[in-house]
Design a protein. Structure first.
Length: 417
C-alpha cells in the first residue's frame, strides 16, 4: 500500500473515532437518537467536515443533511450515504460507518477531479438520512421515506416522541428547503448486522433484494384494579393479554422456521405501571420479517386468530394496526453486476445476499437505480454497544464504494436502467 493511501486510511479511521465520540457510552457504543443533543452535535461536526472539504451543505425540510459536489453544472447527482442516528445504547458502526465511508469516498473522487485525473459526467452528493432508526420517532427510515414521497412531510414533522416532543420541535434549527436536484442513482454501504459474511470469510456483500417486513402497533386495553383485593375472576389484566401475545409472536417464528420468519416484540409500555395496580393498558410493537411474503401473510392470519382468542379468555380488547411495511423486492441486477466488477478490480472477495434489516436504500431503490453493499459484522452483533467491524474491512468498503461511485458518475445516465 502506498504512503498516500496509508494517509487516507488513517484519516478515515481518525474521523471515525471522532464521530464515535458523539453520544459515546462507557461500554464502547453510542446513544444518539434522532434529534437528540448528541445527534445534533454530530450533525454539526459532519456539516463542518463537509464544508472544510469543499462540499456545499444543504439541509432539506425533514432534516436530511447533504454535502454536494457540483462538477457538471445542471447535471443530476449520484447520491450516497446512510444515517448517523443510533438506537439507545447502540453501536458505533450501524449507519455511521456508511455516512463517513460515503463522505471519504466522495472526497477522494473530488481530489481526483481537482488534480485533473478524472472527468465525471454527473455530480455527487453525500447524505445523512434523518431518523433511520425510528426509536425516538416512528416509523423508521423517516427521512428517506419523506424524500421519496412515501411519507408526507407534514405527518413526519408532527410525529411525537414519548415526551410529546414533535419532530418539528426537535429539529427546529435543522430544517431547510426541499431537495432541488434530480437524483440519477443511489449507493449505500452498511455493516451487515448479521454473520453470513464472517462465517463464509467473504469481505463484501452484494445485496440483491430485501426481506419483506410488516410492523404493527398493538394496544391491549383492560381495566385498572387493585392487585390485592380484586377477585381473580373479575380482573381484566392488560398485561396478561400482552404477555400472551409476546409468547404467541415467538411461537410464530418457530412455526414458520423453514421460511424463515423472524419475529419480535420490541417496545412495551404499561399503564399505570404501579406495583399495586392491575394494568389497564399495554402498548407494544410487533415486527415480522421473512424472505417469503406469503409466510408473513399466513403468520398475520394466525396472529389475528390468537388475538381473538386472547381477548375472550383474558377479558381485554386488543387493537392491531399496521404501522410500517415493505415487500420482498429486488435491487437492480445491473447495480449488483457493477459492484461485483468493482470488487473484482480491487481483488475483494464478494457474494450476493439479501438484506434482512431495513435500510434507507429500501426506499431509494423504488425510485432510482440503487447499489447496496455490506461489510462484515464481527459476531453478527447489531443494535448493541458491542458492534464491531474490523478496520481492514471498513477500509475495504471505502475503497469499493469509491470505485462504485466512480463508475456511477462516469457512465451514461442509463447505466443501471
Amino acid at each position: 500500500m502506498s504512503g498516500d493511501f496509508e494517509q487516507i486510511d488513517r484519516e478515515f479511521l481518525d474521523d471515525f473515532a471522532t464521530l464515535s465520540s458523539f453520544g459515546a457510552t462507557p461500554a464502547g457504543g453510542v446513544d444518539r437518537e434522532a434529534g437528540s443533543p448528541a445527534d445534533l452535535a454530530q450533525r454539526a461536526w459532519f456539516a463542518q467536515w463537509l464544508t472544510d472539504r469543499g462540499f456545499r451543505v444543504h439541509t432539506d425540510d425533514i432534516g436530511n443533511l447533504f454535502g454536494v459536489l457540483e462538477w457538471v453544472p445542471g447535471a443530476p447527482v449520484v447520491l450516497t450515504g446512510s444515517h448517523l442516528d443510533s438506537q439507545p445504547l447502540g453501536g458505533r458502526y450501524d449507519g455511521a460507518y456508511g455516512v463517513l465511508a460515503s463522505a471519504h469516498a466522495a472526497h477522494r473522487l473530488n481530489q481526483k477531479v481537482a488534480a485533473g485525473g478524472w472527468r465525471p459526467r454527473l455530480n455527487l452528493a453525500v447524505v445523512d438520512w434523518f431518523n433511520e432508526e425510528g426509536s425516538r420517532f416512528t416509523p423508521s427510515m423517516m427521512g428517506s421515506s419523506v424524500f421519496t414521497g412515501k411519507l408526507a412531510g407534514s405527518a413526519a414533522l408532527a410525529t411525537t416522541d414519548a415526551g410529546s416532543v414533535t419532530v418539528a420541535e426537535a429539529m427546529a434549527d435543522s430544517l431547510g428547503q426541499p431537495w432541488p436536484t434530480p437524483v440519477q442513482s443511489y449507493a449505500e454501504i452498511h455493516v451487515e448486522q448479521g454473520r453470513i459474511l464472517e462465517d463464509t470469510g467473504v469481505t463484501i456483500g452484494l445485496v440483491t433484494a430485501t426481506w419483506a417486513a410488516q410492523k404493527f402497533d398493538v394496544v391491549v386495553t383492560g381495566e385498572q384494579s387493585h392487585t390485592g383485593s380484586t377477585v381473580m375472576a373479575d380482573r381484566h389484566d392488560a398485561l396478561v393479554g400482552a404477555a400472551r401475545l409476546v409468547v404467541a409472536v415467538r411461537e410464530l417464528a418457530e412455526r414458520f422456521a423453514d421460511a424463515p420468519l423472524h419475529t419480535s416484540v420490541g417496545r412495551f409500555d404499561v399503564l399505570p405501571n404501579s406495583p399495586v395496580v392491575v394494568p389497564r393498558e399495554v402498548r407494544l410493537n410487533i415486527d415480522l420479517r421473512s424472505p417469503d411474503p406469503a409466510a408473513i401473510v399466513a403468520a398475520v392470519d394466525l396472529l389475528r386468530t390468537t388475538i381473538a382468542a386472547v381477548s375472550v379468555e383474558v377479558g381485554v380488547e386488543i387493537d392491531l394496526a399496521l404501522s410500517h411495511a415493505w415487500d420482498q423486492q429486488p435491487y437492480q441486477a445491473a447495480g449488483v453486476s457493477l459492484a461485483a466488477a468493482a470488487a473484482e478490480r480491487l481483488g475483494l472477495t464478494h457474494q450476493e445476499m439479501m438484506t434482512i434489516a431495513g435500510h434507507d436504500s429500501t426506499n431509494l431503490k423504488d425510485q432510482v437505480p440503487t447499489v447496496m453493499l455490506f461489510v462484515p459484522s464481527v459476531g453478527g452483533i447489531a443494535h448493541n454497544e458491542g458492534e464491531l467491524t474490523t478496520d481492514e474491512d471498513c477500509l475495504a468498503g471505502v475503497a469499493l464504494l469509491s470505485e462504485v461511485l466512480t463508475d456511477l458518475c462516469s457512465e451514461a445516465p442509463a447505466i443501471l436502467r
